[in-house]
Write a protein that binds this ligand. Sequence first.
Ligand code: CIR
Length: 268
Amino acid sequence: MTSSATHFTHAITRAPSASVTGGLRAEDSGNPDAAQFAADHAQYIEALRMTGAKVHELPALEDFPDSTFVEDAALCLPQGAIVMRPGAPSRLGEAAAMAPTLREFYDDVRVIGDGFIEGGDILVSEREILVGLSARTDAAGVASLRALVADWGWTVRELQTPPDVLHFKTDCGLLDAETVLATSRLAESGCFNGYRVLEVAAGEEACANCVRFNDVVLFPAGHPKTAALLRREGYRLAELPNEQAALIDGGMSCLSLRFTANISRAGQ
Ligand code: CIR
Protein backbone atom coordinates (compact mmCIF):
# COMPACT_ATOMS: atom_id res chain seq x y z
CA MET A 1 0.00 0.00 0.00
CA THR A 2 1.30 3.46 -0.79
CA SER A 3 1.85 5.90 2.05
CA SER A 4 2.99 9.51 2.21
CA ALA A 5 5.64 8.33 4.67
CA THR A 6 7.23 5.81 2.31
CA HIS A 7 6.23 6.85 -1.21
CA PHE A 8 7.83 9.87 -2.81
CA THR A 9 8.59 11.38 -6.20
CA HIS A 10 11.97 12.98 -5.48
CA ALA A 11 15.22 12.66 -3.58
CA ILE A 12 18.02 15.15 -2.95
CA THR A 13 21.59 13.89 -2.60
CA ARG A 14 24.97 15.58 -2.35
CA ALA A 15 28.17 14.14 -3.80
CA PRO A 16 30.72 13.18 -1.14
CA SER A 17 33.60 15.66 -0.99
CA ALA A 18 37.28 14.66 -1.04
CA SER A 19 37.22 15.94 2.56
CA VAL A 20 34.78 13.15 3.48
CA THR A 21 37.86 11.32 4.76
CA GLY A 22 37.76 13.74 7.71
CA GLY A 23 34.09 13.13 8.55
CA LEU A 24 32.99 13.05 12.18
CA ARG A 25 32.97 9.70 13.94
CA ALA A 26 32.43 8.43 17.46
CA GLU A 27 35.19 5.83 17.19
CA ASP A 28 38.08 5.87 14.79
CA SER A 29 38.41 2.71 12.70
CA GLY A 30 40.27 4.48 9.91
CA ASN A 31 39.32 7.06 7.30
CA PRO A 32 36.92 6.22 4.50
CA ASP A 33 38.41 5.95 1.02
CA ALA A 34 37.06 8.90 -0.95
CA ALA A 35 37.02 7.10 -4.32
CA GLN A 36 35.23 4.05 -2.94
CA PHE A 37 32.82 6.33 -1.07
CA ALA A 38 31.98 8.07 -4.35
CA ALA A 39 31.44 4.70 -6.09
CA ASP A 40 29.12 3.53 -3.31
CA HIS A 41 27.28 6.83 -3.46
CA ALA A 42 26.73 6.39 -7.21
CA GLN A 43 25.26 2.96 -6.52
CA TYR A 44 22.96 4.45 -3.88
CA ILE A 45 21.70 7.03 -6.39
CA GLU A 46 21.14 4.32 -8.97
CA ALA A 47 19.08 2.35 -6.43
CA LEU A 48 17.00 5.44 -5.71
CA ARG A 49 16.37 5.84 -9.44
CA MET A 50 15.31 2.21 -9.68
CA THR A 51 12.52 2.95 -7.20
CA GLY A 52 11.21 5.61 -9.58
CA ALA A 53 12.76 8.57 -7.76
CA LYS A 54 13.87 11.68 -9.60
CA VAL A 55 17.21 12.38 -7.97
CA HIS A 56 18.39 15.97 -7.63
CA GLU A 57 22.16 15.67 -7.24
CA LEU A 58 23.97 18.51 -5.52
CA PRO A 59 27.71 19.16 -5.91
CA ALA A 60 30.20 18.32 -3.17
CA LEU A 61 30.97 20.93 -0.53
CA GLU A 62 34.64 20.62 0.40
CA ASP A 63 34.28 22.85 3.45
CA PHE A 64 31.82 20.40 4.97
CA PRO A 65 33.24 16.85 5.25
CA ASP A 66 29.88 15.42 6.39
CA SER A 67 27.71 17.25 3.88
CA THR A 68 26.94 14.12 1.83
CA PHE A 69 24.70 13.19 4.78
CA VAL A 70 22.00 15.58 3.54
CA GLU A 71 19.30 14.13 5.75
CA ASP A 72 20.66 16.01 8.76
CA ALA A 73 20.30 19.44 7.14
CA ALA A 74 16.57 19.44 6.44
CA LEU A 75 13.21 17.83 7.02
CA CYS A 76 10.92 17.41 4.01
CA LEU A 77 7.20 17.08 4.69
CA PRO A 78 4.27 17.09 2.27
CA GLN A 79 3.31 20.63 3.29
CA GLY A 80 6.74 22.22 3.26
CA ALA A 81 10.35 21.87 4.32
CA ILE A 82 12.20 22.76 7.50
CA VAL A 83 15.84 23.85 7.54
CA MET A 84 17.45 22.08 10.50
CA ARG A 85 20.01 23.42 12.99
CA PRO A 86 22.68 20.70 13.30
CA GLY A 87 24.14 20.27 16.76
CA ALA A 88 27.59 19.41 15.45
CA PRO A 89 29.36 22.80 15.09
CA SER A 90 31.20 21.66 11.94
CA ARG A 91 27.83 20.85 10.33
CA LEU A 92 25.83 23.97 11.18
CA GLY A 93 26.59 25.63 7.82
CA GLU A 94 25.25 22.64 5.87
CA ALA A 95 21.69 23.66 6.70
CA ALA A 96 22.01 27.14 5.19
CA ALA A 97 23.65 25.60 2.13
CA MET A 98 20.62 23.34 1.65
CA ALA A 99 17.99 26.09 1.99
CA PRO A 100 18.10 27.42 -1.63
CA THR A 101 17.55 23.90 -2.99
CA LEU A 102 14.55 23.41 -0.72
CA ARG A 103 13.10 26.67 -2.03
CA GLU A 104 13.34 25.33 -5.59
CA PHE A 105 10.93 22.57 -4.65
CA TYR A 106 8.76 24.10 -1.93
CA ASP A 107 6.80 27.34 -1.58
CA ASP A 108 6.90 27.07 2.19
CA VAL A 109 10.36 26.67 3.71
CA ARG A 110 10.71 27.33 7.44
CA VAL A 111 13.86 27.55 9.53
CA ILE A 112 14.58 26.16 13.01
CA GLY A 113 15.34 29.22 15.11
CA ASP A 114 16.29 27.86 18.52
CA GLY A 115 18.27 24.99 19.91
CA PHE A 116 19.69 22.20 17.81
CA ILE A 117 18.10 19.44 15.77
CA GLU A 118 19.41 17.11 13.05
CA GLY A 119 17.27 15.20 10.56
CA GLY A 120 18.83 11.90 11.59
CA ASP A 121 16.97 12.19 14.89
CA ILE A 122 13.60 12.46 13.15
CA LEU A 123 11.35 9.63 12.01
CA VAL A 124 8.22 10.70 10.14
CA SER A 125 5.36 8.25 10.01
CA GLU A 126 1.97 8.86 8.44
CA ARG A 127 0.49 10.03 11.69
CA GLU A 128 3.25 11.78 13.66
CA ILE A 129 6.81 13.03 13.84
CA LEU A 130 9.05 11.22 16.31
CA VAL A 131 12.19 13.00 17.46
CA GLY A 132 14.92 11.53 19.64
CA LEU A 133 16.91 13.79 21.93
CA SER A 134 20.59 13.09 21.38
CA ALA A 135 24.01 14.71 21.58
CA ARG A 136 22.95 16.58 18.39
CA THR A 137 19.30 17.36 19.14
CA ASP A 138 18.08 19.21 22.22
CA ALA A 139 14.69 20.06 23.73
CA ALA A 140 14.80 23.62 22.37
CA GLY A 141 15.32 22.28 18.86
CA VAL A 142 12.38 19.90 19.25
CA ALA A 143 10.19 22.71 20.59
CA SER A 144 11.15 24.87 17.64
CA LEU A 145 10.22 22.08 15.21
CA ARG A 146 6.92 21.52 17.02
CA ALA A 147 5.99 25.20 16.70
CA LEU A 148 6.91 25.26 13.00
CA VAL A 149 4.85 22.24 11.96
CA ALA A 150 1.79 22.70 14.20
CA ASP A 151 -0.27 24.58 11.61
CA TRP A 152 0.49 21.83 9.08
CA GLY A 153 -1.36 19.47 11.44
CA TRP A 154 1.65 17.52 12.71
CA THR A 155 2.15 16.24 16.24
CA VAL A 156 5.74 15.98 17.40
CA ARG A 157 6.55 13.29 19.94
CA GLU A 158 9.80 13.80 21.87
CA LEU A 159 11.71 10.63 22.66
CA GLN A 160 15.19 9.64 23.73
CA THR A 161 17.85 8.36 21.35
CA PRO A 162 19.64 5.49 23.19
CA PRO A 163 22.81 6.59 25.00
CA ASP A 164 25.97 6.55 22.86
CA VAL A 165 23.90 6.21 19.68
CA LEU A 166 24.45 9.04 17.20
CA HIS A 167 20.91 9.53 15.95
CA PHE A 168 17.43 8.19 16.67
CA LYS A 169 17.31 6.72 13.16
CA THR A 170 20.69 5.07 13.61
CA ASP A 171 18.52 2.52 15.40
CA CYS A 172 15.34 2.43 13.31
CA GLY A 173 13.71 2.87 9.93
CA LEU A 174 10.12 2.97 8.70
CA LEU A 175 9.24 -0.06 6.54
CA ASP A 176 5.64 0.86 5.79
CA ALA A 177 2.93 3.04 7.31
CA GLU A 178 2.53 0.73 10.30
CA THR A 179 5.87 -1.03 10.59
CA VAL A 180 9.23 -0.01 11.99
CA LEU A 181 12.52 -1.91 11.82
CA ALA A 182 14.38 -1.26 15.07
CA THR A 183 17.19 -2.47 17.27
CA SER A 184 15.97 -4.24 20.36
CA ARG A 185 17.52 -1.56 22.59
CA LEU A 186 15.27 1.05 20.98
CA ALA A 187 12.20 -1.18 20.60
CA GLU A 188 12.39 -2.09 24.31
CA SER A 189 12.03 1.59 25.24
CA GLY A 190 8.38 1.26 24.15
CA CYS A 191 8.59 4.26 21.84
CA PHE A 192 6.97 2.32 18.99
CA ASN A 193 3.95 1.09 20.91
CA GLY A 194 1.07 1.25 18.44
CA TYR A 195 3.31 0.30 15.51
CA ARG A 196 4.29 -3.14 14.32
CA VAL A 197 7.96 -3.57 15.18
CA LEU A 198 10.42 -5.92 13.50
CA GLU A 199 13.68 -6.26 15.39
CA VAL A 200 17.05 -6.55 13.68
CA ALA A 201 18.98 -9.75 14.39
CA ALA A 202 21.46 -9.65 17.27
CA GLY A 203 24.82 -8.44 15.99
CA GLU A 204 23.20 -6.74 12.97
CA GLU A 205 22.25 -3.48 14.71
CA ALA A 206 23.86 -1.44 11.95
CA CYS A 207 21.12 -2.36 9.48
CA ALA A 208 18.29 -0.76 11.47
CA ASN A 209 19.01 2.41 9.54
CA CYS A 210 17.30 1.54 6.28
CA VAL A 211 15.09 3.52 3.93
CA ARG A 212 11.82 2.54 2.35
CA PHE A 213 11.42 4.44 -0.93
CA ASN A 214 8.35 3.43 -2.94
CA ASP A 215 8.39 -0.35 -3.26
CA VAL A 216 12.01 -0.88 -2.26
CA VAL A 217 13.90 -0.88 1.04
CA LEU A 218 17.45 0.47 0.64
CA PHE A 219 19.34 -1.80 2.99
CA PRO A 220 23.02 -2.04 3.94
CA ALA A 221 24.59 -5.24 2.62
CA GLY A 222 26.16 -7.68 5.07
CA HIS A 223 23.23 -8.25 7.43
CA PRO A 224 21.91 -11.59 6.15
CA LYS A 225 19.65 -12.60 9.04
CA THR A 226 17.71 -9.36 9.05
CA ALA A 227 17.63 -9.30 5.24
CA ALA A 228 16.08 -12.78 5.27
CA LEU A 229 13.52 -11.68 7.89
CA LEU A 230 12.48 -8.69 5.80
CA ARG A 231 12.19 -10.81 2.65
CA ARG A 232 10.04 -13.34 4.53
CA GLU A 233 7.82 -10.41 5.55
CA GLY A 234 7.41 -9.54 1.87
CA TYR A 235 9.71 -6.52 1.55
CA ARG A 236 11.82 -6.00 -1.57
CA LEU A 237 15.40 -5.06 -0.70
CA ALA A 238 18.16 -3.27 -2.57
CA GLU A 239 21.28 -4.31 -0.68
CA LEU A 240 23.92 -1.60 -0.95
CA PRO A 241 27.53 -1.26 0.22
CA ASN A 242 27.83 0.91 3.33
CA GLU A 243 31.32 0.17 4.69
CA GLN A 244 32.75 3.59 3.79
CA ALA A 245 29.86 5.62 5.19
CA ALA A 246 29.80 3.41 8.29
CA LEU A 247 33.39 4.45 9.10
CA ILE A 248 31.99 7.92 9.76
CA ASP A 249 28.73 6.76 11.33
CA GLY A 250 26.60 7.19 8.20
CA GLY A 251 23.96 4.90 6.77
CA MET A 252 21.17 4.55 4.25
CA SER A 253 18.83 7.28 5.46
CA CYS A 254 21.51 9.95 5.94
CA LEU A 255 22.40 10.01 2.25
CA SER A 256 19.13 11.44 0.92
CA LEU A 257 16.20 13.73 1.52
CA ARG A 258 13.01 12.14 0.30
CA PHE A 259 9.82 13.95 -0.63
CA THR A 260 6.99 14.40 -3.06
CA ALA A 261 7.44 17.58 -5.02
CA ASN A 262 4.73 20.05 -5.71
CA ILE A 263 3.14 18.99 -9.02
CA SER A 264 3.84 22.34 -10.74
CA ARG A 265 7.56 21.98 -9.99
CA ALA A 266 7.83 18.23 -10.44
CA GLY A 267 9.87 18.57 -13.63
CA GLN A 268 12.87 19.74 -11.61
C1 CIR B 1 28.11 12.85 11.70
O1 CIR B 1 28.67 12.42 12.70
O2 CIR B 1 27.37 13.84 11.72
C2 CIR B 1 28.34 12.16 10.38
N1 CIR B 1 29.66 11.65 10.34
C3 CIR B 1 27.34 11.05 10.17
C4 CIR B 1 25.93 11.55 10.00
C5 CIR B 1 24.95 10.45 9.79
N2 CIR B 1 23.66 10.98 9.56
C6 CIR B 1 22.52 10.38 9.87
O3 CIR B 1 22.52 9.35 10.51
N3 CIR B 1 21.38 10.99 9.54
